[in-house]
Design a protein around this ligand. Structure first.
Ligand SMILES: [Zn+2]
Length: 193
């Protein structure tokens, strides 16, 4: 068992695995989210949840944690930037799954994989018709992991096609990774995806 580094959220003061909190560092124009964890310097950590972000940003505990008088972003801006970082992460994972041959793209390929019980996670486009969605969910063996993210145009771009209304992730590793990001986005935006 590898040792999981732990970090304290400056919002709730809870201690979490490093993978579950978001890294924030001091940039030239104020505190910035370092979602890929590449930026150097002293960092603060925040749970990607509204309550923690509000506390962390309102108390100005960021300056204290970063040991510098840093300008604190507005909660709405911080949340929007974080949400887009999470989307970007998913946007990079889906093409990787496709290149690995672990992604069924489009309704008929997904339906096929569903019939065989091979789909670990479904991602529906926001603009997919309810009828198609219903048909897919009732025709085969749908997985518990489902999310609605991106448009058909965006999903299409990720897999090098024109419009793709649904993708099915066929690999557990990829689906776990996409699922944890989509759950994070759900918690952050407080809405069902
Ligand atoms: Zn927290």
């Amino acid at each position: 068992m590898g040792h999981q580094p732990e970090r304290t959220c400056i919002g709730c003061r809870g201690v979490f695995s490093k993978a579950d909190v978001v890294r924030v560092v001091s940039g030239p124009s104020g505190a910035v989210i370092d979602y890929r964890e590449k930026l150097p310097g002293r960092a603060a950590y925040i749970c990607p949840r509204r309550e923690c972000i509000e506390k962390a940003l309102s108390r100005e505990s960021l300056s204290r944690a970063l040991h510098t008088n840093v300008s604190v972003p507005q909660i709405e801006v911080f949340t929007a930037v974080l949400a887009s970082a999470i989307r970007e992460k998913i946007r990079s994972l889906l093409p990787m799954a496709a290149r690995a041959g672990m992604l069924a793209a489009g309704a008929s390929a997904v339906d096929d994989a569903l019939q065989k019980g091979r789909v670990e996670m479904l991602v529906f486009a926001e603009d997919l018709s309810e009828g198609t969605k219903h048909k897919l969910l009732t025709g085969g063996l749908p997985p518990k992991k489902q999310a609605t993210l991106f448009t058909r145009d965006e999903l299409g771009q990720m897999v090098g096609r024109e419009l793709v209304g649904v993708v099915g992730i066929l690999d557990k590793g990829f689906s776990d990774a996409v699922w944890s990001e989509s759950e994070r986005l759900k918690g952050l935006l407080n809405k069902h995806l």
